[in-house]
Design a protein around this ligand. Structure first.
Ligand SMILES: [Zn+2]
Length: 186
């Protein structure tokens, strides 16, 4: 199974903790998962480098369910432009153990683009510690493929090496010691 997204443990914890806090155990909450625009779109996995909570973009969107308005999409666009970021996926919470998509979830994706990954966390994300608890839904050819349990954890990988450390300039820097060694042998 090819991983679609990778996320650092610290960022994953911040994500589920933030979702649980914002949902207050009584309403759904959500966030966009962003990656660096410098990371090629066709190169999997996409490292999640930043989170944008829905209610930070649109303060009135948490109505029990999620009603994300145009103002939120404008704020998202501005954030992506300023930070040179791109949306790679999203996550929202459900009140029960059910991490399958509702009909509305499936028919109205937050971003309707091939390769988009939509995550659903159970019980307002209150007890989530691992991706295997989350429903992972991947959009391709206008249809969704869903992954659960261990397979979900393979599609969205919690990885310590994720994030900016995998960006192109870090990889470039990683080559420098080789060059230094080369110099020393002369
Ligand atoms: Zn839903």
């Amino acid at each position: 199974m090819t991983a679609r997204l990778t996320i650092e443990p610290k960022l994953f914890t911040a994500l589920v903790t933030g979702l649980a806090e914002r949902g207050q155990g009584r309403r759904e909450s959500g966030a966009f998962l962003l990656t660096d625009r410098a990371h090629p779109e066709d190169q999997l996995p996409q490292p999640v480098t930043r989170i944008a909570f829905y209610d930070d973009l649109d303060p009135h969107c948490l109505t029990g369910r999620i009603d994300f308005h145009a103002v939120g999409y404008t704020a998202l666009q501005n954030l992506c432009r300023r930070g040179e970021l791109r949306v790679a996926g999203d996550i929202h919470t459900h009140p029960t153990d059910r991490v399958q998509q509702s009909r509305i979830d499936a028919e109205h994706p937050m971003v309707a683009r091939d390769g988009h990954v939509a995550l659903i966390a159970p019980r307002f994300a209150a007890e989530v510690t691992d991706v295997s608890q989350i429903g992972v839904h991947v959009l391709a050819d206008a249809g969704w493929t869903s992954f659960y349990g261990d397979r979900a954890a393979e599609v969205v990988l919690i990885d310590t090496r994720t994030g900016r450390s995998t960006s192109w300039w870090r990889r470039l820097l990683a080559r420098l010691p080789i060059w230094h060694r080369h110099q020393e042998t002369r």
